[in-house]
Design a binder for this molecule. Structure first.
Ligand code: TPP
Ligand code: MG
Length: 386
C-alpha cells in the first residue's frame, strides 16, 4: 500500500494539497542577516566621536604588532624560528580580538594568531615556542586563558564552544573568542562548533579573518556563500561583516558580541574582511598565485595607515606620541631578538610529556627507544672523558 492508498486518503478531491501543518520559520531570519557591506568607522563621521584614549591605545598596539611580525619573520631568515605565519596586514583583527576580552575570558587562537596572544599579555618568546619547534605549546594556557595555538584547522572551535558551554553550566562569567581563517570555515569542525554553539546558546564569539586565501586557494574556490558572515543565519545566530583593517570598527563589533554572549544572548559569527600581505608562511611563494598589483591595493588600505589618518585629523598623532610608540615597538623587537638568539636547553624526552595523562603502550615503546638512543650517544662521550 502506498501513502496515497492509505485509508482515508481514498477520497479524491480536486483541491491541491495544502502546506505541511503548522509550518513557520523557527526564528525570524531577518535580524540574523549580516551587514550589507563591511562595517566601517574610520573615515566616517561616527569616528569623530571615538574616545581619544582608545584610539591611541589601539594604534600603539598595531605598531607594536607590526614590529613583532617583521621581527619574527627576520628570525625565520636567521634560522632562529622554524616557521612564521605572519599576520602583517591583519594586525587590526589581532589587536581588536585581544582587547575585546576581559582577563577572565578565553582566547582560542590559530597558528596565525601569535600576535593576538601577545597583545593579550603572553610573553612574546613563549608565543613562538611552538613555531620554533621546541615544545608542544610553550606556555601555560590557564595563566593567560589562551588555548594552545592551533595548527589543525578549525579544531579550536569546538574546544571554544565546549569551554564556553561548560562555564555557563557552572555559572562562571566567561566568554570564549575563537579565531579562524576563511579556509577553516570549510572544515566539519566549523559546522559542528557553530551548530552546537547556537543550539546551546553558548557564550562564544567566532571571528573569521577572511584574508582572501587558504595558502594558494582564493576565497572564490572555497565557498559559494554570499559572504562567510551569511553562514550565521543557517545556524540561527547573528552574522556581522566588518572591515577587517578598521581597528575601532572591529573593536566595537567584537566588544558588542562579547557583551551579548556574556548576558546570555548567545553566539555571534563575525567576518572580518582583510588581507594577508605576506606569503602564507616563510615557506611559501605567494607570487605564484597572486599579483603584486592586488597586494598593492591592500597596502593602500593598511590598518596602521588608516589609523594614522584618523589620529592626524584629530590632532592626536603628535611627534612625541609617535616617537614613544616607535620606541616601545623597538624595545619589544630588541627583547625578542635577544632572547630568541639564546639556545634553549631542551630535553628530547619531553616529547612524550604532557601528550596523554597515561602513556599509551606505543608511546611507552617509543619513549624507551629514544631513551636507549640518547644513552648510546652519551656513552662514547663519557668514555672519551679522562
Ligand atoms: C585539518 C587541516 N587540514 C589541512 C591543513 C593544512 N593547512 C594549513 S594552513 C591551511 C590554509 C588555511 O587557510 P585559512 O583558514 O584561510 O587561514 P590562513 O592561513 O589564511 O590564516 C591549510 C589547508 C591543516 N593545517 N589542518
Ligand atoms: Mg585565509
Amino acid at each position: 500500500m502506498t501513502v496515497l492508498e492509505q485509508p482515508g486518503s481514498s477520497r479524491h478531491t480536486s483541491a491541491l494539497p495544502g502546506p505541511p501543518p503548522d509550518w513557520r520559520p523557527r526564528v525570524d531570519p531577518a535580524p540574523l542577516l549580516p551587514d550589507a557591506e563591511p562595517y566601517r568607522l574610520l573615515g566616517t563621521d561616527a569616528a569623530r566621536g571615538l574616545d581619544a584614549g582608545l584610539l591611541k591605545r589601539l594604534y600603539a598596539e598595531l605598531v607594536r604588532g607590526r614590529r613583532y611580525n617583521t621581527q619574527a619573520t627576520a628570525l625565520t631568515r636567521q634560522g632562529r624560528l622554524a616557521v612564521y605565519p605572519s599576520s602583517t596586514g591583519q594586525e587590526a583583527c589581532q589587536v581588536a580580538a585581544a582587547l575585546a576580552l576581559e582577563d577572565r575570558d578565553w582566547l582560542f587562537p590559530s597558528y596565525r594568531d601569535t600576535l593576538a596572544a601577545v597583545a593579550r599579555g603572553l610573553d612574546p618568546v613563549q608565543a613562538l615556542t611552538l613555531l620554533r619547534g621546541d615544545w608542544h605549546t610553550g606556555y601555560d594556557p590557564h595563566e593567560h586563558r589562551i588555548a594552545p595555538l592551533c595548527t589543525p584547522l578549525a579544531t579550536q572551535l569546538p574546544h571554544a564552544v565546549g569551554l564556553a558551554h561548560a562555564a555557563r553550566l557552572k555559572g562562571d562569567d566567561v566568554v570564549a573568542l575563537a579565531l579562524v581563517g576563511d579556509g577553516g570555515t570549510s572544515e566539519g569542525d566549523f559546522h559542528e562548533a557553530l551548530n552546537f554553539a547556537a543550539v546551546w546558546q553558548a557564550p562564544v564569539v567566532f571571528l573569521v579573518q577572511n584574508n582572501g586565501f587558504a595558502i594558494s586557494v582564493p576565497l572564490a574556490k572555497q565557498t559559494a556563500a554570499p559572504s562567510l558572515a551569511h553562514k550565521a543565519v543557517g545556524y540561527g545566530m547573528p552574522g556581522r561583516l566588518v572591515d577587517g583593517n578598521d581597528t575601532p570598527a572591529l573593536h566595537e563589533v567584537l566588544t558588542e558580541a562579547v557583551r551579548r554572549a556574556r548576558r546570555g544572548g548567545g553566539p555571534t559569527l563575525i567576518e572580518a574582511v582583510t588581507y594577508r600581505i605576506e606569503a602564507h608562511t616563510n615557506a611559501d611563494d605567494a607570487t605564484r598565485y597572486r599579483t603584486d598589483a592586488e597586494v598593492e591595493t591592500w597596502r593602500a588600505h593598511d590598518p596602521i595607515a588608516l589609523m594614522e589618518r584618523e589620529l592626524t585629523a584629530r590632532g592626536l598623532l603628535t611627534d612625541e606620541f609617535a616617537a614613544a610608540t616607535r620606541d616601545g615597538a623597538e624595545r619589544l623587537a630588541a627583547d625578542l631578538r635577544e632572547r630568541m638568539n639564546q639556545d634553549p636547553v631542551l630535553d628530547p624526552m619531553d616529547l612524550f610529556t604532557h601528550v596523554y595523562a597515561q602513556k599509551t603502550s606505543q608511546l611507552r615503546d617509543q619513549a624507551a627507544q629514544l631513551r636507549a638512543e640518547l644513552d648510546a650517544e652519551q656513552l662514547p662521550a663519557q668514555e672519551a672523558r679522562p
